[in-house]
Design a protein around this ligand. Structure first.
Ligand code: HEC
Ligand code: HEC
Ligand code: HEC
Ligand code: HEC
Ligand code: HEC
Ligand code: HEC
Ligand code: HEC
Ligand code: HEC
Ligand code: HEC
Ligand code: HEC
Length: 309
């Protein structure tokens, strides 16, 4: 198994860095002093809070795979021996790798650094995923220097995603929505962060399977299925938020009339006047078609073929 960015430094350098031997065995472009050098300038009181990284998994020196068991800061930021001098002489290229949105380092190079250690955790799906293809960096979702990376918190994760997916933020505040705004659900309730082989990188094989993982009662099997419900929940629902009740994409009866013609509604004996098919006004009242067709997701009643019970 390869834990170390082989591209970046030799096996000798690795051994040098991991043993108790003096770090001067490392190639000259790496600092002899490890993080001690960096912390001279990036310690307490510097603009960017560097020190909190020592409270994270990456700083667990007892785990030989972590950066801090090896070349410390430089396992991510790259060889930095010449960086202090470059900074002092006011050079533009300040001789160090930087991360995240707006960083000098290319996103491809940034991600390679992380991937050399995280290939197995990322799984196969990352490569070719929409985020990878759109040049989204690991560091635009992960806060490496924060004691707690916000993407692991149900409450804070959506804010990370909203930095790019602003429409989803607006959706989450609509009258009907999944309880994201209350910090009770994160985007990863339905989405696989690093990609999946499903459309829209969903957590299950199909869209409906994703919904059934919580809404089990909608799975059926039903004696009388309603074809669109077993086919695709988003034929009627807007999952991220809607201003219609129950996350509906349209208000009934218009919702239903996208597929069912009103003209075709059969005469029903015993219906009060004004109800279908003679007039349309009752359809616009209250629950519209669902006044009678209550079982829109499917019915298990022996005489529920018309989804009325
Ligand atoms: C002599 C002081 C000094 C030392 C030692 C030092 N740095 Fe810096 N570093 C700076 C200054 C000054 C900047 C520029 C800050 C700015 O322009 O905002 C900087 C910038 C950076 C940046 C941002 C780079 C960018 O492109 O924006 C990183 C990352 C960084 N240093 C990491 C390190 C690491 C890792 C080490 C140890 C190998 C280190 N520094 C050692 C002074 C130092
Ligand atoms: C596991 C990889 C990793 C290690 C180890 C690491 N950093 Fe970072 N560093 C990052 C990433 C990613 C960012 C972007 C901001 C973030 O994710 O929090 C960053 C941001 C920075 C910045 C701010 C750069 C800017 O653009 O202003 C400085 C300075 C810095 N690191 C210095 C250090 C120092 C000093 C150490 C060692 C004590 C260190 N880093 C260890 C990955 C790492
Ligand atoms: C030198 C190897 C190495 C490098 C480089 C590295 N990591 Fe890690 N990382 C680890 C190890 C080891 C762990 C802890 C064990 C694990 O979770 O696999 C870890 C843990 C993590 C975790 C989980 C943290 C937690 O609290 O559970 C995240 C997220 C992560 N790394 C992201 C990154 C990102 C993003 C980068 C690039 C900026 C990066 N890593 C670079 C080795 C590395
Ligand atoms: C679109 C945002 C996003 C991007 C881009 C991203 N991650 Fe993650 N990552 C997450 C989220 C969210 C989680 C938590 C997954 C969960 O809770 O299901 C996570 C989890 C992790 C973990 C911990 C996994 C575990 O099983 O413990 C590691 C390690 C990690 N990411 C590394 C990376 C690396 C390396 C990259 C870049 C190649 C990357 N991530 C890119 C959002 C992202
Ligand atoms: C740095 C910007 C950025 C961040 C942060 C980000 N994304 Fe994305 N995401 C994109 C881009 C760009 C696309 C492709 C265009 C689009 O669909 O909007 C995308 C697409 C997606 C897609 C559609 C995938 C597909 O295959 O159709 C999903 C789902 C997604 N992101 C979820 C998330 C989640 C969940 C998070 C937070 C954990 C997140 N994104 C964070 C930029 C980002
Ligand atoms: C209840 C499940 C669920 C949750 C929670 C969820 N999504 Fe989705 N998302 C879906 C489904 C299903 C699709 C595909 C069909 C669609 O767009 O209606 C999708 C599609 C997407 C897409 C790509 C298509 C588009 O509409 O742009 C993006 C981007 C996206 N989601 C981002 C997010 C973000 C960001 C969050 C967290 C704020 C989030 N999603 C939360 C289920 C969910
Ligand atoms: C992680 C669990 C989970 C997943 C997955 C999930 N939901 Fe939900 N859903 C919920 C919760 C929790 C509520 C809120 C229930 C409440 O407020 O009483 C909800 C509410 C709803 C509502 C009613 C909203 C309202 O305003 O009354 C609809 C419709 C809905 N979900 C459809 C879907 C669809 C479609 C999918 C698949 C794309 C899906 N859900 C996936 C947990 C989930
Ligand atoms: C043919 C349109 C349609 C389809 C397709 C559909 N729904 Fe619904 N759904 C509705 C309507 C209409 C309501 C409001 C029902 C009411 O007010 O009585 C609703 C309400 C809901 C609710 C909240 C009330 C309740 O019954 O729990 C959930 C949750 C829900 N749907 C989940 C789903 C899931 C999951 C799927 C996919 C398996 C799905 N829906 C497919 C029309 C549909
Ligand atoms: C995306 C298209 C679509 C939407 C939207 C839709 N339906 Fe359907 N509906 C169908 C299909 C397809 C069938 C099956 C027709 C068949 O088997 O001949 C069906 C069957 C029915 C049946 C049983 C009819 C029969 O002949 O057995 C009723 C009742 C019904 N739908 C009511 C509704 C109501 C009420 C709504 C709105 C909440 C609605 N539908 C929305 C496509 C849709
Ligand atoms: C007042 C009650 C009521 C309302 C409101 C109502 N329906 Fe019906 N609908 C029925 C009854 C009862 C039947 C069964 C008739 C039969 O078996 O001959 C039926 C049958 C149907 C059928 C099956 C038609 C067929 O060819 O067998 C569909 C589709 C349908 N309704 C759709 C709708 C839609 C769409 C709406 C809203 C625009 C709606 N209904 C409003 C009572 C109602």
């Amino acid at each position: 198994m390869v834990f170390w960015p082989e591209l970046l430094f030799s096996q000798d350098a690795l051994q040098g860095a991991m043993s108790d031997a003096p770090k001067k065995e490392a190639p000259p472009q790496y600092s002899e002093y490890g993080s001690d050098l960096c912390l001279q300038c990036h310690g307490e009181g510097s603009a960017f809070p560097v020190l909190s990284i020592f409270k994270t998994r990456h700083a667990e020196t007892s785990d030989a795979r972590t950066p801090f068991a090896g070349l410390e800061c430089e396992s991510c930021h790259g060889p930095g021996a010449l960086h202090p001098e470059a900074v002092m002489t006011g050079e533009k290229n300040i001789g160090i790798r930087s991360f995240g949105l707006g960083a000098r380092t290319s996103i491809r190079e940034q991600n390679q650094v992380c991937e050399t250690c995280h290939k197995s955790k990322l799984g196969m799906a990352w490569h070719g995923s929409t985020h990878e293809r759109e040049d989204v960096s690991c560091a635009s979702c992960h806060r490496i220097h924060a004691e707690r990376d916000p993407v692991f918190s149900i409450k804070d994760q959506p804010k990370v995603c909203f930095t790019c997916h602003q429409q989803k933020r607006a959706d989450s505040f609509k009258a009907s929505s999944h309880p994201i705004r209350y910090g009770k659900m994160a985007c990863t309730a339905c989405h696989q962060a690093h990609g999946s082989n499903t459309e829209f990188q969903l957590i299950r094989q199909t869209l409906n399977e994703t919904c059934y993982s919580c809404h089990t009662e909608k799975r059926g099997p039903f004696l009388w299925e309603h074809a669109p419900a077993s086919e695709d929940c988003t034929l009627c629902h807007q999952v991220h938020g809607s201003n219609h009740p129950s996350l509906l994409s349209k208000r009934p009866p218009f919702l239903c009339q996208q597929c069912h013609s009103r003209a075709g509604h059969p005469s029903v004996s015993g219906l009060p006047s004004g109800l279908p098919p003679s007039g349309g006004s009752a359809l616009l009242l209250a629950r519209g078609c669902m006044n009678c067709h209550t079982q829109v997701h499917g019915s298990n009643h022996p005489s529920g073929a018309r989804l009325t019970r």
